[in-house]
Every structure is written in structure tokens, then in C-alpha cells.
Design a protein around this ligand. Sequence first.
Ligand code: ADP
Ligand code: MG
Length: 231
Amino acid sequence: NEELLINSEKLYVAGQLAAGIAHEIRNPLTSLKGFLQLIASGRGNKEDFYDIMKSELVRIESIVSELLMLSKPQIYELAFKDARQMMTETVNLLETQAILHNVIIEFHAGDKPLWVMGVENQLKQVFINVIKNAIEAMQNGGVVKISMSHDEDGTVNIRIQDQGSGISKEQLSKIGQPFYTTKDKGTGLGLMVTYKIVDNHKGQITAESEIGTGTTFIIRLPYYEQPIPSG
Ligand code: ADP
Ligand code: MG
């Protein structure tokens, strides 16, 4: 029975994800427990432990908040949104982080609104996740180029291009799988959440990459005609 098969497939994926989450959260929890025991026994220097304990807590916090993005928002705040405006706000938000990594974000917003339909915070999360990865891919700094257009085929086309390490063919098939990361402090959840949100918005996301040259992520979202002003 096909329906049963689909359901068991879904259960399997849920089980895989649950196992991954449990594993990723248990590690920092075990380490926190160890440090608490050390402090309780009066051994070692407490101040030295606090930094590590804090980073373990931050790790749990970031795993949990990225996973929360996967759950549907309680109240669907679907609305017409200007993708250029959302990108401008996202770029401003990431400016400090870019400077810290010697990265310049090049984005000319233009003045023509690009209307899409969606949940603002989720779409901004997509932009944040992809731009953050672009910044992190450039160990020695560089330029992240962002461009947006309204294409003939009725989509808003968003390109985020970096000059980073690039992604190999083999890696390309793995990115977006839960917990797949090549970074010491990565969660490997950013792209999974990103793909899910883009899919929920009836969009598409693809990546073009060349080792040593860089990567371009392309996000396509359905374009909407200018909404009728309300009020
Ligand atoms: P994280 O950033 O926590 O590692 P992501 O899901 O955001 O998790 O990304 C998964 C992996 O995909 C990264 O660890 C990296 O190997 C690869 N990746 C994503 N974006 C880029 C990029 N722009 N350049 C190079 N590698 C990338
Ligand atoms: Mg990431």
C-alpha cells in the first residue's frame, strides 16, 4: 500500500532527525554536566570553566532556535512583502558581522519594489542563513555580491555570490542534510531550514559553485503584482 509506504518513509526521516538532534544536544549537555561536577567538587579554576560552559549553552540555544524555524508559525502572517526592502534590512543587520570577517557586502537595492508573498521573518531568515554562509566561506575576507531582479518567467530572482572556498560536487549533494557541516562551530541546520522555508513559499533554491573561486546561491520566489494599498 503506497500510502503506508509514504508514512513509514516519513517516520523514518523523523526518526533520523530525532536521533541527530538528540545526539547534537547530548554532547554539550554531557560536557556541561561534567563541568558542574568539577565546580561542585571544588577542583580546577571556576572562571576557566565558565567560558566553555557558556559556549556549550550557546550551542544548544542555536540548535534549538534553528529547529524552531522548522515548525510552522502559530499565526500565519502571510503578507505582500517587498523582497528588496527585506534584503536591505537583512544586509544592515549583518553589516557588523561582515566587517569582523573583512567582508564587504555589495548590494544595490534599487527603488522598484519586488513583491513576494510570505512570512517576513522566515524569508529574512533565508537571506541571513545564506549570507552568513557566504561570509563564513571567505577565510581571508572578500566581497559578497547580492543582486535581485524580476524575471520574465514571473519570479523574483535573488543571487548571493561569494568568493569563498567553493563546494565540491560531492559536498553539494550533502549540504542541506540535517547536521551536515564542515565547520568547527557549525550546526549543519541552516540550509535545511532554508530549503524548507523556500519550499513552503513555493520557491526554489539552487547553488552553483567552483572550488577556489566561490559559490552563488540563487533563490527564486513567485513574483506578485503590486498589491492594492490597504486602509
Ligand atoms: P553550518 O553553516 O552550520 O555549517 P549550513 O546548513 O548553513 O550549516 O551549511 C552546511 C554546509 O554547507 C557548511 O558547513 C559548508 O560546508 C557548506 N556551505 C554552505 N554555504 C557555503 C558557501 N557559500 N560556500 C562554501 N560552503 C558552503
Ligand atoms: Mg550556516
